[in-house]
Write a new protein. Structure first.
Length: 279
C-alpha cells in the first residue's frame, strides 16, 4: 500500500508533457486544482476530466501507474462518498436511519465529490511523474524569484524552493523505508492488522522510531553530500536553461480554453441549468 503512493515519484519518458517548461506545469497544476474547486456542474467536471485524460495520454504514463497511486486514498474516497451520500440531505429520499438520510441529491453530490478528489490527486501526481527533480527545483526558483524584488532575501528563495522539492521527493523514499520496516517487523512476529483501532494505533509506535531515525540519517547524508559539492543555491549555473517554447504556447492555449470553459460553467450553466448541479 505504501509503495503505491505516486506523488513525489518521477516516471522518465519522451513525451509532450515531459518536455513542457516546469514553470508552466507548476502553474497549470495550481490552476487546475483551483478550477476543480470552482466547477459546480457535471458538464464542467467532465470538461476537466477530458482535459486530464488528454494530458495523461500525452504524457505516455501507463494507466496502471496512475491507478496504483489511487490505492492510497481508497479509504479517504470511501469516507468522502459515505459522508456526502448520507449527510447532504435532499428531496428524493431512498433510506433513513436516525440522522442519516440517503437521497438522490446526496448520491449525486457524493459521486461529484469523489470524482473531484480523484482528479485532484491524479493532476498533482502528473506533475511529479513528468518533471525531473532538478527541473522542478529550477521551476520553483524561477517562480519565486519575483519575491526578491519585494525585499525578500534571494538566498532564502533558493533555499525555500530546494526545501519544497526535497520534501516532495522524500515522500516515496520514506514510504519505501516504512514498507521495509513493516516487513522486517512482521517477519519477527509483529502484527499491524489485528485488533481494534486503539491496538492498531499502538502497534504503529514501534514503526515510527526507526522511521524517524532513518529519515534523520538520510537528511544528514544529503546535507553532507550537498556541502561537499559546495552547493550554495544562489548564483549557481544550470546545464539546461529554462525557455518558453512552442510546446508551452500550445499548452497555454489549451489551458486558456479550459479556464474559459470553467468560467462559463460557473457563471452561466450553474445559474440557468440548476438540474446539472453536482454540489
Amino acid at each position: 500500500m505504501l509503495r503505491d503512493i505516486t506523488i513525489g515519484q518521477y516516471y522518465p519518458a519522451d513525451s509532450f508533457v515531459h518536455k513542457l517548461d516546469p514553470r508552466f506545469k507548476i502553474l497549470a497544476v495550481l490552476a487546475y486544482i483551483i478550477a476543480a474547486f470552482f466547477v459546480k456542474t457535471y458538464i464542467g467536471l467532465f470538461v476537466l476530466l477530458a482535459f486530464l485524460t488528454v494530458a495523461v495520454a500525452a504524457s505516455r504514463i501507463p494507466l496502471k501507474v496512475l491507478l496504483r497511486g489511487l490505492k492510497a486514498i481508497y479509504v479517504l474516497l470511501g469516507i468522502t462518498f459515505v459522508f456526502n451520500a448520507l449527510l447532504s440531505g435532499g428531496q428524493t429520499e431512498y433510506f433513513r436511519l436516525w440522522i442519516f438520510r440517503l437521497t438522490r441529491e446526496g448520491l449525486v453530490r457524493a459521486v461529484f465529490m469523489a470524482l473531484r478528489l480523484i482528479m485532484l490527486i491524479t493532476g498533482a501526481s502528473l506533475l511529479t511523474l513528468t518533471t525531473a527533480p532538478i527541473a522542478l527545483t529550477d521551476g520553483m526558483e524561477r517562480l519565486l524569484s519575483p519575491f526578491a524584488k519585494l525585499h525578500f532575501p534571494a538566498h532564502e528563495v533558493h533555499e525555500l524552493a530546494m526545501m519544497m522539492t526535497i520534501a516532495l521527493r522524500f515522500i516515496p523514499t520514506l514510504m519505501e523505508e516504512a514498507d521495509r520496516i513493516i516487513k522486517a517487523q512482521s517477519a519477527r512476529g509483529a502484527s499491524f492488522d489485528e485488533g481494534g483501532l486503539i491496538k492498531r494505533a499502538k502497534s504503529v509506535i514501534p514503526l515510527l522510531v526507526p522511521l524517524f531515525v532513518s529519515a534523520f540519517r538520510r537528511a544528514e547524508e544529503l546535507a553532507m553530500a550537498m556541502e561537499v559539492r559546495c552547493y550554495h543555491g544562489e548564483g549557481r549555473t544550470r546545464l539546461h536553461v529554462l525557455r518558453f517554447t512552442r510546446r508551452d504556447a500550445i499548452g497555454l492555449a489549451a489551458f486558456a480554453l479550459l479556464i474559459a470553459a470553467v468560467a462559463f460553467d460557473s457563471a452561466y450553466i450553474s445559474v440557468h441549468m440548476p438540474y446539472l448541479l453536482g454540489i
